[in-house]
Design a protein around this ligand. Structure first.
Ligand SMILES: [Mg+2]
Length: 358
């Protein structure tokens, strides 16, 4: 990881041209005015590999290798964030983390980001600027440039932010790590804590602003601005990871995706899961901690399988084992590939976030 490591709070509202009044809206400033703000924020970002950056019809990036990784994520106001809980800066950090964690989970690193903002004309320019500052900070932390984007208008009330991330396999990584490579006998591990974002969300739902409790504040911070060590993806790939996914929708739900793609059972270790839950206490109650470790989304740590305990990289948490499945596609069969917890298939209510409630 390269780039500066400053406090994200320090980024909002600072620097830039400062010529736009606080009351300015997208409609009042016009596209040119908003883009001037955006380009001012992006000035000084990493340029390695960027042959033509923002400002032309298309960016041109150098390609070191013969294959490009590509992924995208969209956030919609009142679906993926609430203005009462999250600033534009927070949204910017979160959407970059989401995209770069997807690249990391393949053993990749980012080479460029494309950003699209769709918003009504009455959106404050200051929000768009804060969004750009959050994106620029999180991208700069990972050494990834913003190379282009789009600005489009929306009906009143609707705001969405999309990021498309381009990347390549990390150095020393010879093939992408897929979801489908886990084999019986492998061990399951995660790159760091789980449930922080979900526990932070729970605190906000409870009307808890964190107060002076540093543990609670850290959970709120991770909910608003999740940051993970993206270098762990290529590192795990080099260590021999057989499958990998980032935990975006919860351990059980993302584990289920990996298990199904690989045709195996992922059997969670109860002491390991309880150990992760213990890290969330006493900021949240025990049952909440356990539920968020199993089901909490937007964590963006990496879940991976390795041939043996010896290959699990330092700092990763051993989380369970990979067991054979009969590969049945029948939903009702207990032998269908999936996650096992406390001796049975993991219950759907522990299954994490699903965008369409399924
Ligand atoms: Mg993902």
């Amino acid at each position: 990881m390269n780039g500066e490591e400053r406090d994200p709070d320090g980024g909002a509202g600072g620097g830039g041209p400062g010529a736009t009044p606080a009351s300015a809206t997208l409609g009042g400033s016009g596209e040119r005015g908003v883009l001037d703000e955006v380009f001012a924020v992006l000035a000084g970002q990493p340029t390695g590999g960027v042959l033509v950056g923002p400002g032309d019809d298309t960016a041109l990036l150098a390609v070191r290798r013969g294959a490009v990784l590509a992924t995208t994520d969209t956030m919609v106001r009142d679906r993926d964030w609430r203005d009462a809980w999250s600033s534009g800066y927070d949204v910017g950090v979160k959407i970059v983390t989401q995209n770069l964690a997807d690249l990391a989970s393949m053993g990749g690193v980012g080479t460029g980001l494309l950003v699209t903002l769709v918003a009504p004309t009455d959106l404050p320019v200051s929000w768009a600027r804060e969004l750009t500052e959050g994106i620029a900070w999180a991208a700069g932390r990972a050494g990834v440039p913003v190379v282009g984007g789009d600005l489009s208008s929306a009906p009143p009330g609707f705001v969405s932010v999309s990021v498309t991330a381009l990347g390549e396999l990390g150095s020393g990584v010879h093939s992408p790590v897929l979801r489908s490579g886990a084999r019986p006998g492998d061990v399951l591990a995660v790159s760091g804590p789980l449930g922080r974002s979900g526990a932070g969300w729970w605190l906000l739902e409870e009307g808890h602003a964190g107060g002076r409790d540093p543990d609670a504040l850290a959970l709120l911070e991770h909910h608003r601005r999740p940051l993970t060590d993206l270098a762990q993806g290529p590192l795990a790939a080099r260590a021999g990871a057989t499958s990998m996914i980032d935990v975006s929708d919860g351990l059980v739900r993302d584990g289920d995706r990996l298990a199904r793609a690989s045709g195996v059972h992922l059997v969670l270790s109860e002491p390991a899961v309880e150990g992760l839950a213990a890290r969330l206490r006493p900021a949240v109650p025990r049952e909440v901690a356990l539920a968020q470790v199993l089901g909490g989304g937007e964590e963006h740590e990496l879940l991976a399988t390795f041939p043996s305990r010896a290959e699990v990289p330092p700092g990763w948490v051993h989380l369970g084992s990979v067991e054979p499945s009969d590969g049945s596609a029948e939903e009702s069969s207990p032998w269908t590939p999936g996650v096992w917890w406390r001796g049975e298939p993991a219950r759907p209510e522990l299954g994490g976030w699903d965008h369409f409630g399924g």
